[in-house]
Design a protein around this ligand. Structure first.
Ligand code: PAF
Length: 297
C-alpha cells in the first residue's frame, strides 16, 4: 500500500474522474514523488477492447495508471464532424475501470485550450504530410500538438498507443525524440474482431453491409504478407497483391495500399528483413486504416 492508494480509491470502486490540469498534475507529481511509476493512455473516448488492451498493458507495468478522454478539436478538419464524434462517459468509465485504470483525466475544451485559439503547434514535418496526411493535411499536427500538451500535463511517464494508428505512432515517437520529452512511448499490438477487422471507434459508423465488407483491409494485408513471405524483394509486387484484394470488393474504395519503411514511412526501393504494410480505404463515407508488420529471416 502506498501513500497514494487512499487518494485513488473511490466509494463505488470506479476510477476517479479528474477534469482540471492542476488536479491531475497534483496526482501524477505526488505519485512520482512517492517513487511510483506513471502509465498514461491518451484516448478520445468511446473506448473499445483496443483501448482496454492499452490500459491493461499500462496496468501491468506501472503503479499509477491514468487515461485521458479528450476529443481534440485540433485534429479535426472543418469538414470532419467533430460534434458527431461518439461519446459515452459512463461506459468509458466502466471499461477503463475494468481494465485497471486509476484515474480518468477528462478535461473540457476550455481547460485544455483556455485562450481559445492555439498559437503554438507541434508539427512533425515530413512524417505528417504523407499517407493519411494527404487526405487529412492538418490532422497529425493536431495530434502531435495535443499529445505533447498531454505529456506536459502528465509529466514523466510511459505512454501507451495502439499500433493500429501506425503513422500516428511513428509521428509521436519522432516528436518525443526530437523534443526530448521525458516519455517512454510503448506501441501495443492491434486488437481485432474475430473476422480480422481492426478495432476502431469508427467501426460503429459502418452499415451492416459495409461492416462485412470491411474485412477487406485485413485480407489485403494478409495477401501482402503472403507476397513478402513468398520471397519477393520488390515492393510493387506486394502492393499489387494488396490492391488486387481491394479490386474484388466493390463496396471498398481504396485510398492507398503501400509498403513503407517503419521509421521514415517512405517507400523502400527493395524489401529488407522488416516490411511495413499500410492500407487505407473508404467503406461508404467511413475511412478505415490498418497495417501489418512482416518480418523475414
Ligand atoms: O488515437 C487517438 O485516439 C488520438 O489521436 C489521440 C492520440 C488520443 C490524440 O487525440
Amino acid at each position: 500500500m502506498t501513500s497514494n492508494d487512499n487518494e485513488r480509491s473511490t466509494t463505488d470502486d470506479r476510477c476517479r474522474i479528474i477534469t482540471t490540469v492542476a488536479d491531475i498534475r497534483t496526482i501524477t507529481d505526488s505519485a512520482r514523488a512517492g517513487g511510483e511509476s506513471v502509465g498514461f493512455v491518451p484516448t478520445m473516448g468511446y473506448l473499445h477492447d483496443g483501448h482496454a488492451s492499452l490500459i491493461r498493458a499500462a496496468r501491468e507495468a506501472n503503479d499509477l495508471v491514468v487515461a485521458s478522454i479528450f476529443v481534440n478539436p485540433l485534429q479535426f478538419a472543418p469538414d470532419e464532424d467533430l460534434d458527431a464524434y461518439p461519446k459515452d462517459l459512463d461506459r468509458d468509465r466502466y471499461i477503463a475501470t475494468e481494465a485497471g485504470v486509476d484515474v480518468l483525466f477528462v478535461p473540457p475544451v476550455e481547460e485544455m485550450y483556455p485562450h481559445g485559439a492555439v498559437l503554438t503547434s507541434v508539427s512533425v514535418a515530413e512524417l505528417s504530410a504523407k499517407w493519411d496526411g494527404e487526405t487529412r493535411p492538418t490532422h497529425f499536427t493536431g495530434v502531435a500538438t495535443v499529445v505533447s500538451k498531454l505529456f506536459n500535463i502528465i509529466g514523466s511517464c510511459s505512454a501507451y498507443f495502439g499500433e493500429k494508428d501506425f503513422q500516428q505512432l511513428a509521428i509521436i515517437r519522432r516528436a518525443v525524440a526530437d523534443l526530448s520529452m521525458p516519455v517512454n512511448v510503448v506501441g501495443c499490438p492491434i486488437v481485432r474482431e474475430p473476422d480480422g477487422l481492426a478495432m476502431s471507434s469508427r467501426n460503429i459508423y459502418l452499415s451492416p453491409e459495409d461492416r462485412v465488407a470491411a474485412v477487406v483491409l485485413s485480407r489485403a494485408l494478409a495477401a501482402g504478407a503472403d507476397a513478402v513471405q513468398a520471397g519477393t524483394s520488390d515492393p510493387t509486387e506486394v502492393e499489387a497483391a494488396m490492391t488486387e484484394v481491394f479490386s474484388a470488393e466493390p463496396r471498398a474504395r481504396l485510398d492507398y495500399a503501400a509498403v513503407v519503411d517503419p521509421e521514415s514511412l517512405d517507400r523502400p526501393e527493395r524489401l529488407g528483413t522488416t516490411t511495413q504494410l499500410l492500407v487505407a480505404a473508404y467503406l461508404g463515407s467511413t475511412r478505415l486504416i490498418d497495417n501489418r508488420t512482416v518480418k523475414v529471416f
